[in-house]
Design a protein around this ligand. Structure first.
Ligand code: FAD
Length: 361
């Protein structure tokens, strides 16, 4: 592919997306009992996070007559704002449960896991307990499963029925069909990039209930301590849910050079990603790592510069709608998965793209 063609393709981004990009998932279900799902909701600055809404979409696929409850914990006015938003985030949400206490100011796994068990005992049995496969969900749900003495099913990418799921194994090189046969509840983490949220016209507001925490014992929260949180650039979209992701690999060679990737991401209104080699070399912090041991992304446009295409990296990008790769090695494995590939030196290509792409609107 020539540079001129790549540039033309990028300036007409909309056309890059194939018509079948938003795949529909067919569901086989033999539901015989009512499905009642509790979802651990993530929120920030008074807003529910997009991955929680994707988890609601997944919950809907467990069965036709499912009821969906969202559990929000935290403290203060931002929690109540998030709860109010959660109540209308998707028409299938039937109830929003709010645990308002200083003890949940930070998302520590131990008190959260105890809270889930507490809520389950107070509000009745749930057939399913779900969270997204984010660091939040992956931290808490295994503890919930251990408390309930059940085995969790992690990283679900497709739901075939109330107890039958598809999940990736071997760094995404194989898909495994899992049937959960243990006692209830069925505890799942959801790979949210596989459950896109489609716009819904119906608007409905779920009821919001405050959880009575007077019997929630203090010793439940004593084992872990919040130390701190560092948040990167908040101007850019979240890597996990961005429409455009621009990723740089080891070939960038320095922190200084990595600014080329950041400038291009800025121009395209996208998020910055990195390979593990780039992270290990210290060019960017590790929360930008994409891949098997980093973030899973599914943007409309994924651009990889100086990325070889190791399987561990590809495991994190395979759901991207369009993949563009620039690498000076024509045999680099990334070209096997790229929709558009350009054999070239990124230090020439990126400045040219920066010059010729129109300014962000
Ligand atoms: C258990 C495990 C988990 C892992 N998890 C992850 C993960 O989550 N994410 C991840 O990314 N990796 C992961 N890795 C590492 C992975 O195997 C690769 O080592 C890594 O992805 C390579 O990064 P890279 O493509 O930047 O570097 P390299 O493999 O060194 O590739 C650099 C590429 O840049 C090209 N290049 C060089 N100069 C230029 C230039 N000027 N212009 C254009 N192209 C140029 C080269 O041709 C080469 O293809 C994991 C590995 C293991 C064992």
């Amino acid at each position: 592919m020539t540079r001129a063609l790549l540039l033309r393709a990028l300036t007409k981004k909309k056309k890059l997306v194939p018509p079948n990009a938003h795949r529909s998932i067919s569901i086989i279900t033999n539901l015989s009992r009512c499905i009642s799902t509790l979802i651990l909701a993530e929120h920030e600055s008074g807003s529910i996070k997009p991955q929680t809404v994707s988890t609601v979409v997944a919950a809907n696929q467990l069965g036709e007559s499912s009821s969906v409850s969202l559990l929000l914990a935290g403290s203060g006015s931002s929690l109540q704002e998030a709860a109010s938003q959660a109540a209308s985030c998707h028409p299938s949400v039937s109830e929003v449960l709010v645990a308002d206490s200083d003890r949940f100011e930070y998302p520590l796994a131990e008190p959260w896991a105890k809270l889930v068990d507490f809520v389950r005992q107070q509000r009745g049995d749930y057939s399913h307990i779900l969270a997204s496969s984010s660091s939040f969900g992956k931290n808490i749900l295994p503890r919930v499963a251990a408390l309930l003495d059940v085995s969790p099913v992690t990283d679900v990418v497709k739901i075939l029925g109330p107890n039958e799921f598809i999940r990736p194994i071997y760094a995404g090189n194989a898909l495994c069909r899992v049937r959960y046969t243990g006692p209830g509840p069925c505890v799942l983490t959801i790979r949210t990039t596989s459950f896109p949220v489609t716009p819904v016209t119906e608007s409905k507001k779920a009821t919001i209930s405050q959880i009575d925490l007077s019997n929630f014992k203090e010793e439940f929260v004593s084992r872990s301590r919040y130390v701190g949180q560092s948040t990167q650039d908040t101007e850019r979209p979240d890597l996990g849910s961005a429409r455009v992701v621009v990723t740089g690999g080891r070939a960038l060679k320095s922190v200084e050079n990595f600014k080329l990737i950041e400038n291009l991401a800025e121009k395209l209104g996208g998020a910055v990603g990195a390979t593990r080699a780039a992270v290990d070399a210290g060019y960017v912090p590790n929360d930008l790592q994409v891949g098997q041991t980093g973030k899973i992304v599914a943007p409309e446009l994924y651009m990889a510069f100086g990325v070889s295409g190791a399987i561990q990296h590809l495991a994190g990008i395979k759901d991207s709608k369009v993949i563009v790769a620039v690498n000076k090695d024509a045999d680099a494995p990334i070209f096997q998965v790229a929709d558009y590939g350009l054999v070239g030196d990124l230090f020439e290509v990126i400045p040219e793209l920066l010059e010729k792409l129109p300014e962000k609107k």
